[in-house]
Design a protein around this ligand. Structure first.
Ligand SMILES: Nc1ncnc2c1ncn2[C@@H]1O[C@H](COP(=O)(O)OP(=O)(O)OP(=O)(O)O)[C@@H](O)[C@H]1O
Length: 321
């Protein structure tokens, strides 16, 4: 179990993490999502005692990482797979980590086998592909057979086979009752891997919700319509309060009105419609809808999302935007 309470990190003027409170339960894969600069890595670093919170706290099994008696056996982490000595062999790198963590050398061969690197353990890391380095990083996280796994972008650089393998591994860990928290910007992969998601934007919690529930909220659900008089239809829909994007080739994407409303409106005005397709929201759509205006690159001060994030009421169970 991971618990974070009022976690805040300020770098000078920049409030990187802003009063985050959440728990990560064992027995499921929890995805950690947010636009670039949202504060995911900073949060993970504070969980791992690599950065000190300005206020609030982050605990693993009720204890701050720096106070854990045997951290390597309790928490496995993958932060930056490039942070290795390229002159070492994969096996030596793991052996060095095992020694530092009080873990026996037999476990090195175990984890090399687990991640499919047994054949190349004796090769220097500089000759590893990006995907192999990623697997080595996962092997390092697994060394202490920990109950908690924290993985920052573990799917980066993996080929499709590597992605499927990692997904199975993480799901298997969760099924064994371990706590798994992973960040990834690959939405389709997150959708296929996570059971629950934490979404942050501008350092604040935007959603803490089951994946199925998030998608079912309909955030990001839209209707696509094709009409030779698409501009006219778009103007009518906007007048009715819907949001309309596109228009090229007579194709528009409508949010805020369902297919029946779009079709009825078109019929009332004698506008022919050649296609009318409801598009069910996927994680990516819901994520975009939740975090719009909350990206670091969209500006921290005065951005619409930041201004109202304090005042918005929860919308449905688990939605904290
Ligand atoms: N050591 C640091 N010193 C100063 N500012 C920092 C430091 N680390 C992070 N930041 C700032 O804190 C904010 C959050 O960064 P963080 O890396 O945690 O975001 P992220 O969600 O992990 O983003 P990404 O997906 O791009 O990795 C950013 O504005 C970043 O520039």
């Amino acid at each position: 179990m991971i618990s974070v309470r009022g976690l805040t990190k300020r770098y000078g003027e920049n409030l990187a993490v802003d009063g985050l409170t959440f728990t990560v339960a064992p027995g499921r894969v929890t995805g950690f999502l947010g636009p670039n600069g949202a504060g995911k890595s900073t949060t993970l670093r504070m969980l791992l005692g690599l950065d000190t919170p300005t206020s609030g706290d982050a605990r693993i099994g009720g204890t701050a990482y720096r106070r854990l008696a045997a951290p390597a056996r309790e928490v496995g982490a993958l932060l930056d797979p490039a942070a290795v000595d390229p002159g070492r062999t994969g096996a030596n790198h793991l052996l060095w980590l095992a020694r530092a963590g009080g873990i026996g050398r037999a476990r090195v061969d175990d984890v090399l086998g687990l991640v499919g690197l047994e054949e190349v353990g004796g090769r220097r890391i500089r000759h590893y592909s990006l995907g192999m380095r990623q697997r080595l990083g996962i092997a390092a996280a697994l060394l202490g057979d920990p109950g908690v796994l924290l993985l920052d972008e573990p799917l980066n650089g993996l080929d499709p086979e590597g992605i499927v393998w990692t997904r199975r591994l993480l799901k298997g860990f969760a099924e064994e009752g371990r706590t798994v928290l992973l960040s990834s910007h690959l939405m389709n992969e997150m959708e296929a891997t996570a059971d629950h998601v934490l979404v942050i934007g501008g350092g604040r919690l935007v959603a803490d919700v089951g994946l199925a529930e998030l998608v079912a909220t309909g955030a990001g659900t839209r209707v696509e319509a094709v009409s030779p008089r698409a501009d006219e239809l778009a103007a009518l829909l906007r007048r009715e309060g819907a949001t309309v994007d596109g228009g090229r080739g007579g194709r528009i994407a409508v949010t805020g009105a369902d297919a029946a409303r779009v079709g009825d409106l078109a019929a009332r005005h004698g506008i022919p419609v050649h296609e009318l397709v409801p598009v069910r929201a996927r994680l990516e759509d819901a994520f975009m809808a939740l975090t719009r205006g909350r990206g670091r690159h969209e500006g921290r001060t005065g951005e619409p999302g930041a201004a109202d994030a304090n005042t918005r009421k929860p919308q449905g169970r688990g939605m904290v935007r």
